[in-house]
Design a protein around this ligand. Structure first.
Ligand code: HY3
Length: 675
C-alpha cells in the first residue's frame, strides 16, 4: 500500500497485531497527550500529522475501513491473490463480508499493480462473465466471485449483478446458551419483561457473533423502529457477559487471535426458533460490533454465522437461499442492500450482495483544524466539527487512495451503504430513535443514471486514483478541480499579511482554548467530579487530623469535637444524597453501567498486562527490592540504638518470611499449572 507504513510480521495476523500495536495512530488516536506536550514545544505540523482516519474529524464512530495488503504468507504460497486488513472504531476485524463484496469490485477494476500486484493473475471466466479472486482476510482465505464484463481491452466489474463470496469454515459454537444477567446490570426492557437471563446462540463466520432474539432482550418488532440507544445498552451488556465465557470461543482449531466475541446481532422474531424465511420474507438483524459500532450493512460475516447456526439447528436446507437485511436496508426497501445467504457445502456459506462506487477521498490534514478532542456520545454533545479541506496534504497518508468509499446505490433504495468506508459525515445513531434519522446519502455522490451495461466503465471510472504528484496538484481527475486553498477556522485572523507574533498569539489562544475545552470535557464528567470530591474529603479529613495533632487542647474540647463530627456527617450525607440522586437519573444509570464496564476492562487489562508471569515477577522483584531497601535503610539509621524493640523486629521478620513464602508458593503453583 502506498503511503501506509510497511506492516511488519510474517503472517497476516502478525501484521494485524503490528497495525494494532505499533501504528494505530493512523486508524485513530486521541491526541490529547501530544497536545499537552505541545504546550512546551509549540505546535508543529509534524505532531498534528498523526491523526486518525476512523474517528472524527475524518471519520466517525460508524466508519469502516479496508487496508489492502498486497503480500501475505498466503499470497506468497500461491493460495491467495491479495490480502486485506479491516479496521473499525475499535481496532481490526478478522472478517468483513460487506467490505469483501465492495473490495471484490475494486480489485477487479483497479489497474494499479502497486496496490494489487497480482491483478493479472485474476481469472476471468468468459462464459460466465465473472472474475475469481482469493482474498486473504485475517480469518483465512475467502473465495470471491465478481460479475464482470469485457470493456475494450479491460475486464471491469458489473454493478448489475451481485458479488458473492464463500466464507471460511463457519459453525455454531454454542446453542441455547443461558446467560444470567446480574441484578445491577439488568436494563429496563429486561426488567419490564421480568427476565433475569437471556438465551443466546454463538456462531462463527470469520468472527464470533452472539445471536439473540429481540424478545430475549425485552424488545419487540425492532424492524419497525427502535431506540438504538436502548438496544446499545442491552447489547453492550450481553457482549460483556457472553465475551467472558471464554470456553465458547476456544477449542475450534482457530488461531488465538480469532477467539473473541466480535459482535452481538439482535435478530427479529423467530430466527433460530421457527426458521429463517426465504428470499421474500427474510430476516432483519441489528449488528453491534467492535466498540458498539452499528453495522449499516446486513453483516456478511454475520450472515455466514447465522446460516451456519440455522444449519446446526436443522432449520435450513442445502441450497435454500435466505434474504438478510440490516435495519437500514430493510427500511429502504428494494433488494440491492440485502445480502442473500445459503449453505455451500459442509461448513461453508455463500453470501451474495451488491456494491457501488461513490468516489474516493484522500484524507487531508488541515493544520488549522488540528486534532479534535473525542466527542462524547451523549445526546447533548455538540455536533461534530466539520471537515475543512486544506491545500496542505498529509505526506504519509495522501496516497491512501485505496481507502475507497463505496455506497450502495439503487433506483429504489438509494439511501444506505454497503461499502468499505461509509462516506459522508453520517449522524451517529443516538441522534434519533429510529430509522427516520438514519443517514441519507449525499446526493452529490450518487450516480443518478440507472446503471446500464454501457456505463459500467464509467461507474468504475469514478474510482479516484491519486496521482504521485498529488501534493502539488491536490485536485484529482474525478474530484472537484478547485479545492479552496484553506478555509480559515472561524474567528481566526486571515493568513494574508499576518505578522508572525500575531499568528503565534492566535495559535497560543487556540491552544489555550483547546486545552480549556478539553479540561472542561474531562473535569465535568461525573466520575472525575466524584474523584475530585474524594480528594476534597481527604483534604478535609487530613486538615482536621492535622489541627487536632498540632493543637492537643482541642482533643479535649467537646464542642470542637462535636462540631467536627457534625460537619463531617453533614458533608458526607449531602454528597451521598447527591450521588444517589444522580444515580437515579438515566445518565447516572448509564454512568454506573459504564463504570462497571470500565472496571471490567481495567481488570482485563491488568490481567493481560500486569498479571502476566513475567510482568508480575518483575513487579514482585521491585517490591522485594523496596522492602529489603527499606529494612536496610532503617537498620542503618538505627544501628547505634542501645536496643531494638523486639516486637518490631519480630513483626518485620515474620512479615517478610510470610511474603516470601507466599511468593514462592504462587511461583510453584504457576510452574505446575503452566509447564
Ligand atoms: O459485513 C461484515 O461482515 C462486517 N460489517 C461490519 C461488521 C462486519 O465486520
Amino acid at each position: 500500500m502506498r503511503g501506509y507504513p510497511k506492516l511488519e510480521g510474517k503472517t497476516l495476523l502478525e501484521k494485524r497485531s503490528y497495525a494494532r500495536d505499533k501504528i494505530d495512530d493512523i486508524r485513530q488516536r486521541y491526541v490529547l497527550n501530544q497536545r499537552s506536550v505541545l504546550l512546551f514545544k509549540w505546535t508543529s505540523q509534524t505532531e498534528v500529522k498523526k491523526c486518525r482516519l476512523m474517528r472524527e474529524p475524518r471519520g466517525h464512530k460508524e466508519m469502516y475501513g479496508a487496508i489492502i495488503v498486497p503480500e501475505t504468507e498466503r499470497t506468497l504460497s500461491g493460495e491467495a491473490d491479495v490480502g486485506v486488513l479491516f479496521c473499525h472504531n475499535e481496532g481490526y476485524s478478522t472478517m468483513c463480508g460487506h467490505a469483501t463484496i465492495a473490495l471484490g469490485r475494486f480489485l477487479v477494476d483497479t489497474e494499479d499493480e502497486d496496490i494489487f500486484p497480482r491483478r493479472k493473475q485474476v481469472r476471468f471466466d468468459e462464459a460466465k462473465r465473472e472474475c475469481h479472486l482469493r482474498l486473504h482476510a485475517p480469518c483465512g482465505v475467502v473465495d470471491v466471485t465478481v460479475p464482470s464484463v469485457r470493456k475494450g481491452n479491460r475486464v471491469v466489474s458489473d454493478p448489475e449483478r451481485a458479488v458473492r463470496f464463500i466464507s471460511v469454515r463457519s459453525f455454531a459454537a454454542a446453542t441455547n446458551l443461558r446467560i444470567a444477567v446480574p441484578e445491577e446490570l439488568r436494563w429496563p426492557e429486561l426488567r419490564r419483561a421480568g427476565k433475569e437471563s437471556v438465551l443466546v446462540d454463538v456462531a462463527y463466520g470469520g468472527a464470533f457473533y452472539a445471536i439473540v432474539d429481540e424478545k430475549e432482550l425485552g424488545f419487540e418488532r425492532i424492524k419497525e423502529g427502535v431506540d438504538l440507544r436502548r438496544l446499545d445498552t442491552a447489547t453492550a451488556i450481553v457482549k460483556e457477559l457472553v465475551g467472558e465465557r471464554k470456553e465458547v470461543f476456544r477449542g475450534h482449531g482457530l488461531d488465538s487471535d480469532l477467539e473473541y466475541l466480535y459482535g452481538v446481532i439482535v435478530v427479529d422474531e423467530g430466527e433460530g426458533w421457527v426458521g429463517l424465511g426465504g428470499l421474500d420474507d427474510g430476516r432483519v438483524g441489528v449488528c453491534f460490533f467492535a466498540d458498539q459500532q452499528i453495522d449499516r450493512s446486513p453483516t456478511g460475516s454475520g450472515v455466514s454465522a447465522r446460516v451456519a447456526l440455522a444449519r446446526a439447528k436443522g432449520l435450513l436446507g442445502e441450497g435454500e437461499r435466505v434474504r438478510f437485511d440490516s435495519l437500514l436496508s430493510a427500511g429502504a426497501g428494494g433488494s440491492a442492500g440485502a445480502f442473500v445467504g445459503s449453505a455451500a457445502g459442509e461448513d461453508r456459506v455463500l453470501v451474495e450482495g451488491r456494491a457501488f462506487y461513490t468516489g474516493a477521498f484522500p484524507p487531508y490534514i488541515n493544520p488549522r483544524l488540528g486534532p479534535v478532542p473525542p466527542i462524547s456520545t451523549s445526546p447533548s454533545s455538540s455536533p461534530a466539527p466539520s471537515f475543512l479541506p486544506s491545500s496542505l496534504v498529509l505526506d504519509q497518508l495522501s496516497s491512501l487512495h485505496h481507502v475507497v468509499r463505496f455506497r450502495c446505490r439503487s433506483e429504489r433504495s438509494p439511501s444506505f451503504s454497503t461499502g468499505i468506508v461509509f462516506p459522508h459525515r453520517l449522524p451517529p445513531p443516538w441522534q434519533g430513535p429510529n430509522l427516520v434519522n438514519q443517514p441519507h446519502p449525499d446526493p452529490a455522490l450518487l450516480t443518478t443514471e440507472p446503471p446500464t451495461a454501457d456505463n459500467i466503465a464509467e461507474d468504475a471510472a469514478k474510482l479516484n486514483v491519486v496521482a504521485p504528484d498529488f501534493k502539488q496538484h491536490p485536485a484529482t481527475t474525478t474530484s472537484v478541480q478547485d479545492i479552496p486553498a484553506d478555509i480559515p477556522t472561524p474567528g481566526a485572523p486571515s493568513g494574508a499579511g499576518e505578522g508572525r507574533p500575531r499568528r503565534y498569539l492566535h495559535e497560543a489562544e487556540q491552544e489555550g482554548f483547546y486545552l480549556w475545552n478539553t479540561a472542561k470535557h474531562y473535569i465535568l464528567q461525573p466520575a472525575v467530579a466524584g474523584g475530585l470530591l474524594g480528594l476534597l474529603n481527604l483534604g478535609l479529613i487530613g486538615g482536621a487530623a492535622y489541627t487536632y495533632y498540632t493543637k492537643p487542647h482541642l482533643r479535649r474540647d467537646a464542642r470542637a469535637i462535636a462540631s467536627s463530627v457534625a460537619a463531617a456527617l453533614t458533608l458526607l450525607s449531602a454528597e451521598g444524597y447527591a450521588a444517589e440522586k444522580y444515580r437515579e437519573t438515566p445518565r447516572g444509570q448509564r454512568e454506573a453501567e459504564k463504570a462497571k464496564k470500565e472496571g471490567a476492562a481495567l481488570y482485563r487489562y491488568a490481567r493481560e498486562h500486569i498479571l502476566r508471569p513475567g510482568v508480575l515477577g518483575g513487579l514482585l522483584g521491585v517490591l522485594n527490592a523496596g522492602i529489603i531497601g527499606a529494612v536496610g535503610y532503617f537498620s542503618y539509621i538505627n544501628w547505634d540504638r542501645p536496643h531494638w524493640d523486639r516486637r518490631i523486629v519480630s513483626a518485620v521478620t515474620a512479615g517478610i518470611l510470610t511474603l516470601w513464602t507466599g511468593e514462592g508458593y504462587l511461583a510453584e503453583k504457576y510452574r505446575v499449572t503452566h509447564h
